[in-house]
Write a protein that binds this ligand. Sequence first.
Ligand code: PEP
Length: 255
Amino acid sequence: MRTPLVAGNWKMNLQYAEAMTLVDAIVDGLPENNGAEIVLAPPTIYLHDVLDRIQRKPGIALSAQDVSAYERGAFTGEVAASMLASVGVEYVIVGHSERREYHHEDHPLLAAKVDRVLEQSLLPIFCCGEKLDDRTAGRHFELIEQQLHESLFHLSPEKVTECVIAYEPVWAIGTGVVATTGQAQEMHRFIRQLLFARYGEPIASEMRILYGGSVNATNASDLFTCPDVDGGLVGGASLKAVDFLSIIAAAGTNR
Ligand code: PEP
């Protein structure tokens, strides 16, 4: 039985006071035993203070939005996995489409980031997803397979089970256009089959695959009924406590 996971990616939003208000509202509004694991990914500069506040409630973990591919050294502006681990971070988002697009992160770089994260006993949330023209051209399965093969499937079975995969069709991120349940389930099933082919049945059925892309309080319930969708990576709707709490409730209910 996979425990659903709902992760809120705040991206580069919210001033300090707004971020603290949001985390307090989530912590206060979250029922005990909600049935899902919650992860918050605030901007790096707020990580420490968000951790202070989430410790009031069990079942909420802290994530970074990105990490350096290097261990340490002269990389101005970057943050090492060891630094994230030292301030209580548990998860790290790797390969978000905005990093791939605007920072030109390629497969080998993302594989290195995954390695740095795991070396520090942190848990990668590895994002994959196709652009609209890839889907229109019928290349979406091939593309997802390539993203997984080149940046994740070098891992040993022991290491890959520490990862969470987030399928995020780029055309659905921040657009309000959500994948249909049919599209989401089809791709999640495909990803699970790839895990099966590479790592075998126990690992394929154990690993969590999240859906991301315009998840909101209205559509979450339907998406989370898909048998291979194990929760969501949520951007915009994670910035409103009421919406995020509804999404969490939907994940817990559809367990
Ligand atoms: C995301 O950034 O990972 C995301 C899914 O954003 P949104 O929910 O706003 O589409």
